[in-house]
Design a protein around this ligand. Structure first.
Ligand code: PGA
Length: 253
C-alpha cells in the first residue's frame, strides 16, 4: 500500500514572510484530505518560520527542503548540513533536481552522497531523475534514468531504499507547460519500479513511491495520478498558488 505524496517545490520563490502567508492559506484547504501525504519545500530562509507555523497549526502538511550538503559540518561556506535541516523538523529533502544537476553542475556521485547523507540524518530523500528532450528523441530516456538510479541508489540497503522517494521529472516538462502524457509517465515509472525490483526485490519495489513531476497542474493531475505506477507529484509552479496546489492534492486524495 503506497500512500501518495504531493510535494511542492517552491524553488527560489517566496521569502519567509510570503512563505508563512502561503502556508496559512494552504493549511485549511488540505488539512481534511485523507489517504494522502502533503509536503512543502520552501527555500532555506523560510524553513524555520514555516516549521513553527505548521507546528502551531498542528498541520498534517510535512516540511521538506530543496537541497542539502553531504557533510555533518565543516568549512563549506554557504552550505546547509543535514543535521541543520533535521533540527528544523524537515522530513523530506529533494536531491538531484535537474536544475541543480544542470545549472550547478552536480554530478551523479555528488547526488549519491547527498542521498546517503539525508538518510543518515534520519530524513527521507526525494531523488529526482529524468532525461532531456534530446535524450528522449534519441531513444535514450530509459538508459539515462537507469544510469541516474544506479549511481544514486544501487549502494543503499533495502531499509534505506524503503525510506527513499523517487521523482521522475522529464527535464523538457519542467516549467515549460509541456506535460508528459500519462502513458509516458507510466512507462518511465513502471521502468523505475522494474529496476527497483531487480535491485531490491519485490517488496521494496512495491512499497517505494515513484512521483511524477513536470508541469503538473489542477487540470492534468488526476489523469497522471490515475496511472498505476504514479504515486504522487512533485509540483513546481502550481505549488505557489494555495488553491492550485490544494486542487492537485484533492484530485489524488
Ligand atoms: P514545474 O516544476 O511543476 O513548475 O514544471 C516541477 C519541478 O521542477 O519540480
Amino acid at each position: 500500500m503506497r500512500i501518495p505524496l504531493i510535494a511542492g517545490n517552491w524553488k527560489m520563490y517566496k521569502n519567509h514572510l510570503e512563505a508563512v502567508e502561503l502556508v496559512s492559506e494552504l493549511h485549511p484547504l488540505v488539512s481534511g484530505l485523507a489517504g494522502i501525504e502533503i509536503a512543502v519545500c520552501p527555500p532555506f530562509t523560510a524553513l524555520a518560520d514555516v516549521s513553527r507555523l505548521l507546528g502551531d497549526l498542528r498541520s498534517p502538511v510535512k516540511l521538506g527542503a530543496q537541497d542539502v550538503y553531504p557533510a555533518a559540518e565543516g568549512a563549506f561556506t554557504g552550505e546547509i548540513s543535514p543535521g541543520m535541516l533535521k533540527a528544523l523538523g524537515v522530513e523530506y529533502v529533494i536531491v538531484g533536481h535537474s536544475e541543480r544537476r544542470e545549472i550547478l553542475k552536480e554530478s551523479d556521485s555528488f547526488v549519491a552522497e547527498k542521498v546517503k547523507a539525508v538518510l543518515d540524518a534520519g530524513m527521507k530523500p526525494i531523488l529526482c531523475v529524468g532525461e532531456t528532450d534530446t535524450e528522449r528523441e534519441a531513444g535514450k530516456a530509459l538508459s539515462k534514468v537507469e544510469g541516474q538510479l544506479e549511481a544514486a541508489l544501487a549502494s543503499l540497503s533495502r531499509e534505506e531504499m524503503g525510506l527513499t522517494v523517487i521523482a521522475y521529472e522529464p527535464i523538457w516538462a519542467i516549467g515549460t507547460g509541456k506535460t508528459a502524457t500519462p502513458e509516458d509517465a507510466q512507462e518511465m515509472n513502471g521502468f523505475i519500479r522494474g529496476w527497483l525490483e531487480g535491485r531490491f526485490g519485490a517488496e521494496v519495489a512495491g512499497s517505494t513511491r515513484i512521483l511524477y513531476g513536470g508541469s503538473v497542474k489542477p487540470d492534468n493531475a488526476a489523469e497522471l495520478m490515475a496511472m498505476p505506477d504514479v504515486d504522487g507529484a512533485l509540483v513546481g509552479g502550481a505549488s505557489l498558488q494555495a488553491k492550485d496546489f490544494a486542487a492537485i492534492a484533492r484530485s489524488v486524495s
